[in-house]
Ligand binder design. Structure first.
Ligand code: AQP
Length: 332
């Protein structure tokens, strides 16, 4: 059976990259697969989170998922810390994965920056927890943005090493699902950096909670070059900021980037940016309305998360037991 698991961190500022690279695809997959979607709060605390803000952000991300169209009756939507098996399996994987493998992870290098000695141990071991998230449910497919490709390869390595070490066929080799025209949405200020929640400049991203005026302002101020809209995707490598805006337009309009180049190539960016802002607002406004409604009733969100966690625990429990037996633990 095909089963999907994917996660998103409640680190604040849910943005257009999260929506186009991940959430929107999750909505489309819910009719084809059994899906578990997780607000990964254990991952979030690998970097300092203010407790009050973390609580708010967990609910806001859950509200964003539901408002974007994930149906809690068809999918399990929950926050990671409510299912303790994630942490238990992650510990076992800490003992399977090798230091050398984790040393190669580019996300750790980017997030730890120059001060690696001061990064949390959790940040270093982040990919092991991610492997546990996925393999705890024997998920077969993981829809993610391109930035997570390396972590998924590590998940496959961990699954394979566990199977080899213990001589079992316990874990499947998961397949990434990298879908859509915007698998890597870049910063509006710098076409070489991905759009990110934790980037200090708010003008680098479009947040899911930005109102129409702010979206229009951010797009108007987005960095481009003096040339008009590219006439072909072949120009994107040399003009990353221009390519990024065309890619965002394509994803929002559900068109191929090449098609957008055919329709808008040669137009001044000032006109294209106006159209892009209108398009972004028309896609995001209904999601924002529903997010606001949900955030006004946190009990409704908490009930959805609680129910999702109960369902997740039911799937996870026998799988964790099987792993514990394989490892040789004595259980009650
Ligand atoms: N810029 C992006 N373009 C396309 N997809 C993206 N995703 C994130 N940024 C982009 C996808 O969104 C999902 C959830 O990501 P995450 O919250 O777990 O963490 P992240 O990838 O580390 O995202 P951020 O925004 O950069 O968060 P911070 O700044 O807190 O680290 C994933 O599927 C991811 O691929």
């Amino acid at each position: 059976m095909n089963r999907i698991f994917s996660g998103i961190q409640p680190t604040g500022n849910l943005h257009l990259g999260n929506y186009l690279g991940a959430i929107r695809n999750w909505v489309r997959l819910q009719s084809e697969y059994e899906c578990l979607y997780c607000v990964v709060d254990l991952h979030a605390i690998t970097i300092w989170q203010s407790p009050k803000e973390l609580t708010h952000n967990i609910r806001e991300v859950a509200a964003g998922l539901i408002a974007a169209g994930l149906d809690p009756r068809r999918n399990l939507i929950f926050n990671q810390s409510q299912v303790s098996a994630h942490a238990e399996l992650a510990w076992i994987f800490n003992c399977v994965a090798r230091m050398g493998w984790l040393n190669r992870m580019t996300q750790f290098k980017e997030k730890a920056g120059k001060n690696r000695e001061n990064a949390s141990v959790g940040l270093f071991a982040y990919p092991n927890l991610m492997a546990a998230d996925i393999l705890l449910y024997k998920a077969t497919h993981v829809p993610v943005g391109e930035d997570q490709k390396q972590h998924l390869e590590l998940t496959r390595d961990i699954a394979q090493k566990f199977n080899n070490d213990f001589g079992v066929e316990m874990f499947p080799l998961v397949e990434p699902l990298i879908l859509g025209a915007a698998t890597r949405v870049m910063s509006l200020r710098d076409g070489s950096k991905k759009m990110s929640k934790s980037e200090s400049s708010d003008y680098s991203r479009i947040n899911m909670t930005d109102d129409a005026d702010l979206i229009a302002k951010k797009i108007r101020k987005a960095r481009t070059d003096p040339q008009p809209v590219p006439s072909s995707t072949e120009e994107f490598d040399a003009r990353p900021e221009a390519g990024n805006l065309v890619g965002i337009y394509a994803a929002l309009a559900d068109l191929a980037a090449e098609e957008v180049c055919v329709r808008h190539g040669g137009s001044p960016f000032s006109d294209f940016k106006r159209e892009l802002a209108d398009l972004a607002v028309s896609v995001l406004a209904p999601i924002q309305d529903e997010m606001r409604r949900l955030m006004a009733s946190p009990d409704e969100i908490d009930a959805i998360l609680r129910k999702g966690a109960e369902g997740a625990r039911e799937i996870a429990a026998p799988i964790l037991t099987e792993v514990q037996d394989i490892v040789g633990f004595v259980r009650p």
